[in-house]
Write a protein that binds this ligand. Structure first.
Ligand code: ZN
Length: 261
């Protein structure tokens, strides 16, 4: 009998987990055949802090599947002093979907927030691989695009309803989930920009978490010392976002499960 592992939501079959070798959840959830077609076009790269990957109006040259790098896209359309965060993603996602969605160019800036590795595929290769509307990679990335839309909506709702402490806890958990590490190399200003929280409020919230032994912040390194307690500090939006991202993975896993009988 086929064994299925269930998380809080979503379904991941063991056959999918067996070829989970990329370290990016989207790639690892693709059917074997699609991985075979794609792997020749994937190149592992190291992304440096602050590296600019795309600017508004560019046709993004590559699609990135982060492993432990954290990528960020933002806009300055409000004219405000600080940037407006659009999408932050790591190993549970991909960055620069405009080629897949047949958009001529990207709308936001894309940069590396926290350094690390990623797989990248050239736009031209992806266009050829995903030409069929029902190709697994296209279906997967379309589901991720929808999940990203849901995540934006949850974030907006959270920003208007929940206090800074809970939102910061949500962001820290999110970042750890995206990088797969209990620590991240991020400054207070970077977290303030990504989380849409004023920098003095970030520092105050960090002081409180640090005093209580939940996190440690030292020389630009944020370490989670007690994840369980941090989860108790956050709001339900953290789980809503996690489930939206898990659901983006479930389709191909389910189709492979049914194909395997
Ligand atoms: Zn919230």
């Amino acid at each position: 009998m086929y064994e299925v592992q269930r998380g809080s939501r979503g379904v991941i079959g063991t056959s999918v987990m067996n070829h989970a070798t990329f370290g990016n959840h989207l790639l690892d959830a693709l059917p074997r055949e699609e991985v075979g077609r794609l792997s020749a076009h994937l190149r592992r790269v190291f992304l440096h802090r602050g590296q600019i990957l795309a600017s508004p109006g560019d046709a993004a040259e590559f699609l990135y599947f982060p492993i432990d790098a954290l990528l960020w896209s933002w806009t300055t359309t409000t004219g405000a002093e600080r940037p407006t965060s659009l999408l932050t993603t790591g190993r549970r996602g991909a960055m620069s979907l405009d080629s897949l969605l047949d958009l001529p160019s990207t709308h936001g800036n894309v940069a590396v927030l926290s350094p690390g590795s990623a797989w990248r595929v050239a736009r031209t290769a992806l266009e050829s691989l995903s030409r069929a509307i029902d190709s697994p990679i296209r279906r997967m990335l379309t589901r991720f695009a929808y999940a990203s839309f849901a995540v934006c909506a949850y974030r907006l709702a959270c920003n208007s309803e929940h206090n800074v402490d809970r939102r910061l806890a949500r962001w820290l958990l999110f970042i750890m989930d995206e990088t797969g590490k209990p620590e991240a190399s991020l400054t207070h200003q970077q977290i303030a920009d990504v989380a849409a929280i004023r920098r003095p409020s970030v520092s105050l919230a960090f002081s409180d978490l640090q005093r209580r032994g939940i996190v440690r912040v030292h020389h630009g390194l944020v370490q989670i010392l007690n994840r369980e307690r941090l989860e108790r500090e956050t709001c339900p939006c953290y789980t809503a976002i996690r489930v939206a991202l898990e659901d983006a993975l479930s389709g191909e896993s389910l189709s492979e499960l049914s194909a395997s009988g």
